[in-house]
Write a protein of this length. Sequence first.
Length: 107
Amino acid sequence: MTKVKTVLKHSRKEAIHMQQEFFKTISTMMTAAFGLVAALAWNDAVKRLIDRYVTAGQGIRSAFIYASIVTVIAVLITYYMGKVASRLADAASEEEANEKKGDKNEK
């Protein structure tokens, strides 16, 4: 009977893990989809802004201006997102270390 209980307990844990992974995967996919929609909206906005200030007939110039602006924006966003992610990881590590200290002090 204990073997059956052990198998059932393991199966429940596995089912919970699968649910968590499924939700995590769907969440990641939805975030990526919304990110794509936002990127397309910004793409259109930047193109319209360039078209407004660059005269007609300068297609290649306009394309290079657009590519340069998008590259600078992407680099800046990536840089700052990396800094934020690093700060969050440091804060989480510090919190985890403090929790371990607290556990040791209680014993």
